[in-house]
Every structure is written in structure tokens, then in C-alpha cells.
Design a protein around this ligand. Structure first.
Ligand SMILES: Nc1ncnc2c1ncn2[C@@H]1O[C@H](COP(=O)(O)OP(=O)(O)OP(=O)(O)O)[C@@H](O)[C@H]1O
Ligand SMILES: [Mg+2]
Length: 354
């Protein structure tokens, strides 16, 4: 049995339904949920916290079936996008509010300690309206963490913060939960949150959980085209044409890709290639050793902060490669240039249909 066991969670809200979501988390796991708007991410969290009664399914937390338990007994903390601080109370009283049911003996000390760890100890006398977005965010986090919830849920907690404040907030959160090994489910639209904080990733669409797994696995082996596109991984359909020396040759619209994964000859397969795993070179390497070496034409360059996404045409295929700005400078390529795309055979992943 896992620390969190959610089994076949379903709820029909008329225009929208959550359809049989099942997932498990171990204690200390940090799961980020991503998915398009309207996918049911918020409704899923609201069902865990007890805002909605599911029509079917079970939620088990630390061995206790909490599916029908009133929200206040679940010992689950939730941080909303708008923080939901109580406006007429000071930050101190907002944090204390969380403790109103189980006041510890040293409550004052506990509040000050939590405030220090989130760098808001100088703001305890202020009302939320006088705080910046980042300060409100930290106050909301303090109010939730002080009760040491068994499970912490967060619905886009950083979305109102500027990029730098966001980075700092991530660090503070990581330290605060790291000390307590808190189990977290965090909805975000920013994959950087996921890379900075999470060990697991789940993708929702249309009320369904499409895929959940270790961060790396979801990125390198997305189950279907939707998940692949959502995380920016290339996804191609082809056929295994031959097997030799522990490697398979896959024909993808006339391009041969070699993979180290196993598959039978003649089998239609899907292939995933992460954009970080495509190297781009002007020169053809003299030895192919372990690589697929493909002729590529540069169609476009899309700058993305500290890296650039290259649109490549490889025979009949479109592929995206992600290069750091340093690698871009070394490559010194322009639109229309003929280049080589180099992909390690172990980075060509055969994925099961899902
Ligand atoms: N009380 C309700 N009754 C019926 N439908 C609802 C209700 N609340 C939300 N919905 C609908 O359920 C769908 C999922 O909503 P939800 O808020 O969970 O999406 P989300 O994945 O969190 O999206 P976003 O990324 O925009 O926050 C939406 O289409 C929404 O309009
Ligand atoms: Mg939402």
C-alpha cells in the first residue's frame, strides 16, 4: 500500500466529468500535474481535499479511507492561486488561524520559526493587502505548512509571481517541505516548476489522467502524441524493418532511425525523441558509433531564454532540437543551412501505444 492511493476517482458535474483517475504516491513524493486549461486539474485537487463528493472511487491517505470524510478531518493542506488569506487579519493571525484546532503549547515560537524559514518574520504585524505578491504567497504557504499536513496540495501557487520571485519561492518551498518530507501535489502551467521541485509528473486532459511517472520517463517515453507534444518531445510513427546487432531499424516516413529498444520486425511502433537529445553539427562525424546521423535543413530558430529551439527538416520529418545559447554560438547556423542531426541510438525510444 502506498502513502496516497487514489483509485478510479470519478465525478460527473454535468458539463464536465473526472473519469476514473487512479494514482499512487509514496511518502515524500512531489507530483506536478500539467494539462491544458479545462482538463480537470483543479477539480481533481478539490475532490481530494473534500470539496466534491466523488460518484465513484476511493481516496486512501496513510492507510485511512478519507473518501467521505469531512474536509476538516482529512489533514490536507491546500494553497490556492489567489492565496485566500484572510484580509482583516495580520500575517501572524493568518498563520495562527491554521492552528486554531490544535494549538501547540509553544504556538508563538512555532509561528515565528515558520515565518523565519519563509523570510516573512518582519511582516508578521502587517495585513495581507499591504504585502507584495511574493510576500502574500509566502504567508499563504506558512499558514498551510504550520499544521504539518499529511498531504500538501497547491493549485498554481506561483502563477502571479515574476520569474525571479518565482525562483526564490521555489527554493524556499523546497527547503520548507524538504525538512518535513511532505508529500505534495502541485498543479502548474510552468514545466520549470516541475523540473525544480518534482520527482513525478502527471498529464491530464479531458478529465482523464493520460500518463503519470517519473519526470524523466514522461519526457523521454510519452505514451501518446498528445503527451509528447505537451512536454515538447518529438513523436513519430513508423515500422520496424529489421533487427541487427542488438538494435532495430525503424522506417519513419522513409527515414531510418536506429534504436536500442526491442521490437519485432514488421511491427508498427511509435518513437519518441526528446529535443534535448538531438545534437546539431555542421560537420558529419567520421564515425557513426552509437549515433543516428541524419541530414537536416534548418527551417527556423525560436529563441527561448537561455536556449533556442531549432526547427529541423529531416527528410520528410519535422524535428525540434533544443540547444543552449553557447551551443548555438558554436554552431553559427542560419535558416536554410544544411546540417547534421545526431541522435544517440539509446535516445530513440520505442513507446507503447496508450
Ligand atoms: N461546478 C462545476 N460544474 C460543472 N462544471 C464545472 C464546475 N466547475 C468547473 N467546471 C468545468 O470543469 C472543467 C474543468 O475545470 P478545472 O477548473 O478543473 O480545469 P483546470 O484543468 O484546472 O483548468 P485551468 O488550467 O484553466 O485552471 C472546466 O471545463 C470547467 O468549466
Ligand atoms: Mg485550474
Amino acid at each position: 500500500m502506498s502513502f496516497v492511493d487514489i483509485d478510479d476517482l470519478s465525478i460527473d458535474l454535468g458539463e464536465f466529468s473526472l473519469k476514473g483517475v487512479s494514482l499512487s504516491l509514496e511518502r515524500g513524493d512531489y507530483l506536478t500535474i500539467i494539462g491544458p486549461t479545462g482538463a480537470g486539474k483543479t477539480i481533481f485537487l478539490e475532490t481530494i481535499v473534500g470539496f466534491w463528493r466523488p460518484d465513484r472511487g476511493r481516496i486512501v491517505l496513510d492507510g485511512r479511507d478519507i473518501t467521505t470524510e469531512p474536509p476538516e478531518y482529512r489533514h490536507i493542506g491546500i494553497v490556492y492561486q489567489d492565496y485566500a488569506l484572510l484580509p482583516h487579519m495580520t500575517v501572524y493571525r493568518n498563520i495562527a488561524y491554521g492552528l486554531k484546532k490544535h494549538k501547540p503549547e509553544n504556538m508563538d515560537e512555532a509561528i515565528r520559526k515558520m515565518a523565519r524559514s519563509l523570510h516573512i518574520d518582519h511582516l508578521l504585524h502587517r495585513k495581507p493587502i499591504t504585502l507584495s505578491g511574493g510576500e502574500q504567497q509566502r504567508a499563504a504557504l506558512a499558514r498551510v505548512l504550520i499544521v504539518e499536513p499529511s498531504l500538501l496540495l497547491m493549485d498554481e501557487p506561483f502563477s502571479a509571481l515574476d520569474p525571479q520571485t518565482r525562483r526564490r519561492a521555489r527554493l524556499l518551498l523546497k527547503e520548507a517541505i524538504g525538512e518535513r518530507a511532505t508529500t505534495v501535489i502541485h498543479i502548474t502551467h510552468d514545466l520549470d516548476d516541475a523540473w525544480a521541485l518534482a520527482n513525478k509528473l502527471a498529464v491530464f486532459k479531458d478529465g482523464r489522467l493520460l500518463q503519470m511517472g517519473a519526470m524523466d520517463t514522461v519526457f523521454s517515453q510519452p505514451k501518446n502524441r498528445f503527451v509528447a507534444e505537451f512536454v515538447g518531445t518529438g513523436f513519430f510513427s513508423g515500422t520496424v524493418v529489421s533487427r541487427e546487432n542488438g538494435c532495430v531499424n525503424i522506417d519513419v516516413e522513409g527515414t531510418c532511425l536506429q534504436s536500442l529498444d526491442r521490437a519485432d520486425k514488421g511491427k508498427p511502433v511509435n518513437v519518441a525523441i526528446r529535443c534535448e537529445d538531438i545534437r546539431v553539427s555542421r560537420k558529419k562525424p567520421s564515425v557513426a558509433n552509437g549515433f543516428n546521423i541524419l541530414n537536416a535543413t534548418l527551417k527556423n530558430v525560436i529563441p527561448e531564454g537561455s536556449s533556442s529551439l531549432l526547427d529541423l527538416r529531416v527528410d520528410n520529418l519535422e524535428m525540434n532540437a533544443l540547444l543552449t545559447q553557447n551551443a548555438m554560438r558554436r554552431l553559427d547556423a542560419r535558416r536554410g543551412d544544411n546540417l547534421y542531426a545526431l541522435i544517440r541510438k539509446e535516445h530513440v525510444k520505442i513507446v507503447q501505444d496508450g
